[in-house]
Write a protein that binds this ligand. Structure first.
Ligand code: DAK
Length: 260
């Protein structure tokens, strides 16, 4: 499928999605969000794709937020449509059955930070800057910023970021747990690939269940989460991957997982 505002490229087992509006610092308008959703739907069941890297075009920005110019012109009806579409796509990313890594290569603000937080992991180049500046516009985060940020960095740090609108640099984002790994700008994609290639050698069904258990479990009590984990653990024993993984260990060889 052809896209206008994103690039989708498959290299090996990884689908690379690039938000491609560098002149607007890759700000997210409705069309970009829709294309992102379509691209992810296109690769979701593609057996050749094991994981996804999302990044921004150019050297300056990952995503500088929602497109403020488009946002300013919306009426209540179109704003509601934007809101529903945006929330849906971030939920889709979070629940995606294959690992998605945000490779943050510059400004990662507002809706951009919310997009990165919905991904399963974040790697950042040392020149990246993070923030939730919505209060500067007289609005508040509307795509999970007040919810996913405290889950990642804790309540106090999240409140400082959303109430001041201040930006933090990549090292601080790494220190507080917003970012998994830091890298030199030129090594950013390779750093994300390194994480993905470690995952590609594991059982794909188990990987999918781990994503589900962590995501869903965070919304449950510990007791309910443990129950969920037990159920998914039991389900692993229905898979060929489980038989292959344990047999390979006993036979002292590498497993050949089929994702079944
Ligand atoms: N939207 C539209 N255009 C943007 C933009 C944005 N968010 N950010 C930058 N641009 C455009 C600039 O207007 C400029 O365009 P031209 O003037 O050249 O046409 C171009 O990108 C280059 O930007 P600057 O000239 O400003 O570049 P600087 O290096 O001087 O400054 C900056 C970089 C990132 C500090 C600055 O551009 C900036 O402050 N940008 C805005 C950052 C921001 O406030 N972001 C948060 C936006 S609010 C929701 C879902 C999501 C959201 C809300 C609700 N629902 C589901 C309900 C999200 C809200 C937001 O993200």
């Amino acid at each position: 499928m052809a896209y206008e505002l994103i690039l989708l490229e498959k290299i090996g087992k990884t689908a690379h999605i690039t938000i491609n509006r560098p002149k607007a610092l890759n700000a997210l308008n409705v069309k970009t969000m829709n294309e992102l959703q379509e691209a992810l739907a296109e690769i979701r069941d593609d057996a050749g794709v094991g994981g996804v890297i999302i990044t921004g075009a150019g050297e300056k920005s990952f995503v500088a937020g929602a497109d403020i110019k488009e946002l300013a012109g919306q009426d209540p009806v179109s704003a509601k449509e934007f809101s529903l579409a945006s929330q849906k796509i971030l939920g889709y990313i979070e629940q995606f059955p294959k690992p998605i890594i945000a490779a943050v290569n510059g400004f990662c603000l507002g809706g951009g930070c919310e997009l990165a937080m919905a991904c399963h992991m974040r790697v950042a180049s040392k020149n990246a800057r993070f923030g939730q500046p919505e209060v500067s516009l007289g609005i508040m985060p509307g795509n999970g910023g007040t919810q996913r940020l405290p889950r990642l960095v804790g309540k106090g740090r999240a409140l400082e970021l959303v109430l001041t609108g201040n930006m933090i640099d990549a090292e601080e984002a790494h220190r507080i747990g917003l970012v998994n790994r830091l890298s030199a700008p030129e090594a950013l994609i390779a750093t994300a690939e390194e994480i993905l290639s470690a995952i590609y050698s594991k059982g794909p069904v188990a990987v999918k269940f781990c994503i589900e258990a962590v995501n869903h479990g965070l919304e449950l009590t510990l007791e309910e989460g443990i129950q969920l984990e037990s159920n998914l653990f039991g389900l692993c024993f229905t898979t060929e991957d489980m038989k292959e993984g344990t047999r390979a260990f006993i036979e002292k060889r590498k497993p050949d997982f089929k994702g079944k």
